[in-house]
Design a protein around this ligand. Structure first.
Ligand SMILES: C[S@@+](CC[C@H](N)C(=O)[O-])C[C@H]1O[C@@H](n2cnc3c(N)ncnc32)[C@H](O)[C@@H]1O
Length: 204
């Protein structure tokens, strides 16, 4: 398989994976969405498509999306991509998008909103800090999805390469926090690099 074939194969796998994620979480989707580490908007596209394309959504609802990324260039690309792709819905004010460059840990406390769905796909070593940052921003029954939760199965290994150490520890700490049954119900899904799906329940 040459390099082009390999990238096409990887692209289609990622495509299926993103499609799977957002089709399967659709029943839980609410109107306020936060994405931590939106990158160039690829996952954003699938996330928003699950409302507007794959599913028969309630079109009377306005979706408010907030995407945060440290990388200014990526966030610009995400903004251009999403504004172009969802132009009509944005024009009709069915979708309000906010792309915010900067560190999610600092930005989240400044957002005056509570979220129904949070998708985490930024720096793995910071996963517990993102959870802490969103703590006061969780709508009851909010769903928190975290990507790469198995981290190429390294979270199950006793021999962690030194350069993965902080990421693996961050993920393990995040898992410990979302297993706190006083606030959360969590399942782990063995798809792609592993996903956790956590439901916040403040009355638990
Ligand atoms: C794996 S990429 C995201 C990919 C994207 N979710 C997708 O599927 O297309 C991780 C992103 O997290 C961003 N990031 C890392 N630490 C961050 C932080 N503290 N705050 C905001 N973004 C962060 C990086 O700039 C990078 O674009």
């Amino acid at each position: 398989m040459d390099a082009v074939d390999l990238s096409l194969k990887l692209m289609s796998e990622v495509n299926l994976y993103n499609h799977w994620i957002f089709q399967n979480i659709e029943p839980y989707l609410g109107e306020n969405i936060l994405e931590i580490g939106c990158g160039t908007g690829y996952s954003t596209y699938y996330l928003l498509s699950s409302f507007f394309v794959f599913q028969s959504c309630n079109i009377n609802q306005t979706i408010y999306y907030y995407g945060i990324d440290l990388n200014k260039e990526r966030i610009k690309q995400a903004k251009d991509f999403i504004n172009t792709y969802f132009e009509e819905l944005i024009f009709k004010k069915k979708l309000i998008v906010n792309f915010i460059p900067g560190n999610a840990i600092k930005i989240i406390p400044q957002i005056n909103e509570k979220f129904d769905l949070i998708f985490i796909d930024a720096a793995k070593f910071e996963y517990p800090l993102y959870l802490e940052a969103v703590r006061q921003k969780l709508q009851n029954s909010c769903i928190i999805i975290a990507d790469n939760i198995f981290y190429s199965n390294k979270i199950f290994s006793n021999n962690i390469p030194i350069h993965d150490y902080n990421s693996v520890n961050g993920i393990k700490e995040f898992i410990r926090l979302v297993l706190d049954k006083r606030y959360f119900e969590t399942i782990f899904i063995n798809v792609g690099d592993g996903l956790s799906l956590t439901k916040y329940n403040k009355s638990m």
